[in-house]
Design a protein around this ligand. Structure first.
Ligand SMILES: NC(=O)c1ccc[n+]([C@@H]2O[C@H](COP(=O)([O-])OP(=O)(O)OC[C@H]3O[C@@H](n4cnc5c(N)ncnc54)[C@H](O)[C@@H]3O)[C@@H](O)[C@H]2O)c1
Length: 275
């Protein structure tokens, strides 16, 4: 029960690694605010952790600053505090942003890399990426992280209890392999993590990032099987991560076990990224 008495808010907790974190945190004794733009999915996660007695489920688009503000007000009204925030909600692409062309070329590029060849395929993502596609990914992955962190820190400082924030970035932020908007927004999240960690350390608020490698979640199902196989070949441990393995790393960072950790980036990728 490493999180007994704590209140944790996890975004994108209706699916994949966000759901795994909500379940793990609840098992460790935390009350969990399960947030997802898909309200029904958030409710399902809450039901899995035991319902209203163990937290609350809310439908919220993290890219909507006002909605994020209202969400945190609700948390303040129910618990008067927030101890843990995981900025996990994220998207890789949006329909019509040129991703379809990218996928085919990226799979071939991945195959060449995995075979130890110098890649000759150009993905030319920037040529096909339209403004709306770029903006939506940045809005969710970067701006959403900013909006939620700002409200969480306001609440943490108001309650004076310190806290821990974990931002879910990606190995793509380190390698540059992935959609342009995705790599750029996830790399920016690492900068935000370091700046906040420096600023908030004296307040007892720790801020860290996790860079998951390819992980078996519904998001992974959006990429072609060929590309998924080429990704797996590039992982030294030879397999994708399970969502529960990312949740275990998040638990370490938000619990007392990680009390000397701030401003860090943890690569949980089977060795795909070594930093
Ligand atoms: N799966 C991977 O291989 C992988 C690798 C590296 C990083 N990541 C990152 O991990 C995080 C979780 O990904 P996942 O694989 O569990 O994905 P997922 O698609 O299974 O789950 C993401 C959840 O976030 C929710 N969401 C999306 N946009 C939202 C928004 N604007 N507001 C609120 N909720 C929103 C979705 O409804 C979904 O329930 C993401 O930030 C992703 O970029 C995933």
């Amino acid at each position: 029960m490493r999180l007994k008495g704590k209140v944790a808010l996890v975004t994108g907790a209706g699916s994949g690694m966000g759901r795994a974190m909500a379940e793990r945190f609840a098992a460790e004794g935390a009350a969990v605010v399960v947030v997802d733009r898909d309200t029904a999915a958030a409710q399902t996660t809450l039901d899995r952790i035991g319902g209203e007695a163990h937290g609350m489920a809310r439908g919220c688009d993290v890219a909507d600053s006002a909605a994020v503000g209202r969400l945190h007000e609700e948390v303040a009204m129910r618990w008067g505090r927030l101890d843990i925030l995981v900025n996990n909600a994220g998207i890789g692409q949006v329909p019509g942003d040129g991703f379809e062309h990218y996928q085919v070329r990226a799979a071939e590029r991945g195959r060449q890399l995995a075979a130890g060849e110098t890649p000759t395929v150009h993905t030319d993502m920037i040529v096909d990426l339209n403004d709306a596609g770029w903006q939506r990914v940045v809005d969710v992955n970067l701006n959403g992280t900013f909006y939620c962190s700002r409200e969480a820190v306001r609440l943490m400082t108001r309650a004076g209890v310190g806290g821990a924030i974990v931002n879910i970035a990606s190995v793509s932020a380190l390698s540059g392999e992935g959609p342009l908007s995705y790599c750029a927004s996830k790399a920016a999240v690492l900068g935000l993590t370091r700046c906040l960690a420096r600023d908030l350390g004296p307040r007892g608020i720790r801020v860290n990032a996790i860079c998951p490698g390819p992980t078996r979640t519904p998001m992974m199902q959006s990429i072609s099987e060929e590309w998924a196989r080429s990704l797996e070949r590039a992982i030294p441990l030879g397999r994708m991560a399970e969502p529960e393995e990312i949740a275990a790393a998040a638990l370490f960072l938000v619990s007392g076990d990680g009390r000397q950790m701030t401003g860090q980036t943890l690569s949980v990728s089977g060795g795909m990224a070594m930093i």
